[in-house]
Design a protein around this ligand. Structure first.
Ligand code: NAD
Ligand code: MLT
Length: 543
């Protein structure tokens, strides 16, 4: 697993983050980054190949639209790159699994251009139905031909929307305003969402057979490549019209050109293509029934400002505060949920790091249990943080919230989650259990006040400590004088005690003690402490 090196610091000790921008994005977002202390923005458009790789290794973040191809071979194995921000929706120009393996977060700005793309799809649909581009060209060339350009109405037609997500949903609403009836096909949409949109949800085959017009709004993935191929085109009603304002590659362009030539398909309006820019030799360009635009779906002034500002803010917040929003390869936490769950993310990471240092052997299983209010929340990010904490002791900077769960899986460590909504002693409690071949240990933690992490139990013993800095833990006989002996040794070595907690099941039974100290504890001091006959299992833990 490659190392992600930290950003350098300036003379005053402040971190300097470099953000590389390789596609044109609105200035408004870049200005946000330039105005943030410690950030520099390096705009180098059209960077590719080895040059891009070199620049990425020296940058903490990359901002792209769809032109830059962020493939595995340009992603540095080491270097500083921590986050790729896509100013837009589709991340098919980014090798997301390769980024995940390298611990690089990939985020997008999914809402910023929804309306722009939906309106463009409708504009294409109307241009197609009313022959607007051809009529326009004819008049500009000096002709006045009215009968040649008789069109068709949207009113009363059946529109099939393939992909009823953000953009497909907006297209459906607008189509209903035109008096169309709308069919939808989407494997991940509930009947309730379809009903709210006024859409009849059916499977793709049925949609292809019934629709007069078809508009595609699915993402491009390995599963959706050529979603509309020769076989699907054959199922469609003769005279169907097709709009693709989603992604090139959803339609098999050669099969589409053939279906138009045969008259099966009356026309198509395309904003996106299998190869972009669309080669001048494309058969689609020769067909009068095809309307084309050069990937303009998101190209409105409003949308470009939206996505640029959103991606800039997300990159800033991730690099400065580790806040993850709109990540496509890390557990998603909404901004509202982040306010509640955020402090538990910090707590779980510390607890994981703490507990693994108390445990002997290699972790085989990590269990993260949620009790009380937090059990009713979306806590995937908390689990990832707990696993990150456990793995960080061995892997240090190479593990982060992006790759913690895949790394655990790769190493054969099972990760389980559990919930219990019953109210307990604390309003919310997180319990982390680590099982190795030889022992199973667990730790309880909670957040007190707004964001103070507290460990409130270890292996069933109640305590209350702040899991921070250097700590010395040990088991000891429950009798007078032991804390004094430990304090004397620490004092001799100028190690200041910041806090201490001794707990035991019942008086006289073996106790568990934790000292928070202000200074590092050398191996020699640890050996000296271990020689005290009353102590067992001494550990020096850094959280
Ligand atoms: P979204 O994630 O909100 O919606 C996509 C929907 O497609 C999801 O509901 C998903 O379940 C569905 N889907 C996945 N596989 C499917 C399949 N096999 N059949 C039917 N539905 C399937 O995304 P969005 O923001 O609505 O964007 C939709 C598409 O538009 C994406 O491809 C995006 O890249 C593209 N886009 C293009 C432009 C442009 O400039 N032309 C602008 C913005 C977005
Ligand atoms: C997107 O997916 O957001 C669009 O394709 C727009 C763009 O390329 O910026």
């Amino acid at each position: 697993m490659p190392d992600r090196s930290p950003a350098p610091r300036d003379k005053a000790g402040r971190t300097r983050f470099r953000v590389l921008v390789t596609d044109p994005v609105a200035e408004e977002g870049l200005e946000i980054l330039r105005r943030t202390a410690g950030f520099e923005v390096d705009v180098r458009l059209k960077l590719a190949g080895p040059e891009l790789k070199k620049a990425l290794a020296a940058s903490d973040a990359l901002v792209v639209r769809s032109e830059t191809k962020v493939t595995a071979d340009v992603m540095p194995d080491g270097g500083r790159l921590k986050v790729v921000g896509r100013a837009g929706v589709g991340v098919d120009n980014v090798d997301v699994p390769a980024a995940t393996r390298r611990g690089i977060l990939v985020m997008n700005a999914p809402q910023g251009n929804t309306i722009a793309a939906a309106e463009h799809a409708l504009a294409l649909l109307m241009a197609l139905m009313r022959n607007i581009p051809a009529a326009h060209a004819s008049l500009k060339s000096g002709e006045w031909k009215r009968s040649k350009f008789v069109g068709h109405e949207l009113y009363g037609k059946v529109l099939g929307v393939v992909g009823l997500g953000r953009i497909g949903g907006e297209v459906a609403k607008r189509a209903r305003a035109f008096g169309m009836s709308v069919l939808g096909s989407d494997p991940l949409i509930t009947v309730e969402r379809a009903r709210d949109l006024g859409v009849e949800l059916i499977d793709l085959k049925a949609l292809l057979k019934r629709a007069d017009l078809i508009s595609l709004h699915a993402p491009k993935t390995t599963e959706t490549r050529h979603l509309i191929g020769a076989a699907e085109l054959k199922l469609m009603k003769p005279g169907v019209r097709i709009v693709n304002c989603a992604r090139g590659g959803l339609i098999d362009e050669a099969a589409l050109a053939d279906a138009i030539q045969r008259g099966q398909v009356a026309g198509a309006a395309l904003d996106v293509f299998e190869t972009e820019p669309l080669p001048a030799t494309s058969p689609l360009l020769k067909l009068d029934q095809v309307v084309v635009t050069p990937h303009l779906g998101a190209s409105t002034a409003e949308a470009q400002v939206n996505v640029s500002v959103v991606i800039a803010e997300q990159i800033r917040d991730y690099l400065v505060s580790k806040i993850v929003r709109n990540a496509v390869n890390a557990p998603a936490t909404s901004p509202e949920a982040m306010g509640v769950v955020g402090p538990y993310i910090a707590l779980a990471e510390r607890m994981g790091r703490f507990l693994v240092q108390l445990t002997s052997g290699v972790p085989k299983r990590i269990i993260v249990e949620y009790r009380g209010e937090i059990a009713g929340r979306k806590f995937a990010g908390v689990t990832a943080a707990a696993v990150q904490g456990v793995l960080s002791v061995a892997l240090q900077d190479r593990v982060n919230v992006v790759n913690a769960l895949p790394l655990a899986k790769e190493r054969g460590i099972a990760v389980n989650e559990g919930t219990n909504t019953e109210p307990g002693e604390f309003s919310s409690l997180v319990r982390i259990t680590i099982a190795t071949a030889t022992e199973t240990r667990y730790m309880d933690g909670t957040v007190i006040g707004k964001d103070e992490p507290h460990v409130v139990g270890v292996d069933g013993l109640h305590l209350d400590i702040l899991p921070e800095g250097v700590m010395i833990t040990f088991q000891n006989d429950d009798r007078p004088g032991i804390v004094g002996k430990v304090g004397t040794i620490l004092g001799t070595h100028h190690i200041n005690i910041a806090g201490l907690h001794v707990c035991r099941p019942t008086p006289g039974q073996r106790a568990f003690s934790i000292f928070n100290v202000d200074n590092p504890v050398s191996d020699q001091v640890a050996r000296e402490l271990s020689r005290l006959a009353e102590l067992a299992n001494l550990r020096v833990v850094t959280v």
